[in-house]
Write a protein of this length. Structure first.
Length: 79
């Protein structure tokens, strides 16, 4: 089950509707790299350094990818 990000609380929607929106945005609006990094950090409990080592990229690449995923998620959840 996906937790609602702390900066997204829309009191007009029931919790289950909010969760469905978040899941849809993660599934449909993020790139595969953004989705993988976001899920690994928030739901897999991995550090950015661990993800970087697994993917063979620098930690700053993982950081940028995560930042872009979070920004995109926030942008799509506003509407």
């Amino acid at each position: 089950m996906i937790n609602i990000p702390s900066d997204y609380t829309d009191v007009r929607l029931p919790r289950q509707a909010q969760l469905r929106r978040i899941e849809r945005v993660i599934r449909d609006e993020l790139t595969s790299a953004q989705r993988e990094v976001l899920l690994a950090v928030y739901y897999g409990g991995k550090t950015q350094a661990q993800i970087a080592a697994e993917r063979g990229v620098s930690r700053s690449t993982v950081c940028r990818t995560l930042h872009r995923a979070e920004a995109r998620l926030r942008r799509f959840l506003r509407y």
